[in-house]
Design a protein around this ligand. Sequence first.
Ligand code: SAH
Length: 214
Amino acid sequence: MRIDPKRSRLKMVEEQIAARGVSDQTVLDAMRKVPRHLFVQDALASRAYSDSALPIGEGQTISQPFIVAFMSELLQIKPGHKVLEIGTGSGYQASVLAEMGADVFSVERIRKLFIAARKLLFDMRYFNIQLKLDDGTMGWPDHAPYDRIIVTAGGPEIPQYLVEQLADSGRLVIPVGGKKRAQRLMLVTKNDGKVETTDMGGCAFVDLVGKQGW
Ligand code: SAH
């Protein structure tokens, strides 16, 4: 079945994202713009705009459109913000953040996914996204501090390195849970050095694997 990507995106934003309460126009605009079907394998392109996560190889997934939008809204991105993402995966979430005007630094631990994302994002001319192959639970100290940090895999705790690399007035979102593939989405804020965490609800992410992960 052939899809009309532009129409599918408008429908996705209306039915899956705006209808469920995401109202930040910069998020909705970015989700209308980024061609999600290019971030999944060809065989899955017709399902790219469906209401679910999809496999991207190596046992990993591209997140459900709603969760990408929800996390992006929680971050309250302003143009020029320096944003660290842990878990590049397909590069889709990074592209949405870049479309919102962020300078994105994204870390992926699986070489094959890192190489595929690097090629795709270069071909798509997302020059405001820098990628690194590494264990992202250690952050990316070279460019710290970050205005915003987003972790798109779930671990047992909030990595201390990431909290340390968060700027003052910063926001961090991360799925955290004692069980695999069942977490709580935590929002961490830092104001005048005071760190607070808020539970934003249940979610299901692939494992955050690393020194401060599983
Ligand atoms: N944001 C991605 C979602 C990818 S799924 C997208 O838009 O497609 C989560 C990704 O986190 C997987 O690719 C997984 O390999 C990666 N990951 C898991 N643990 C990691 C770690 N410690 N450092 C960096 N990446 C990690």
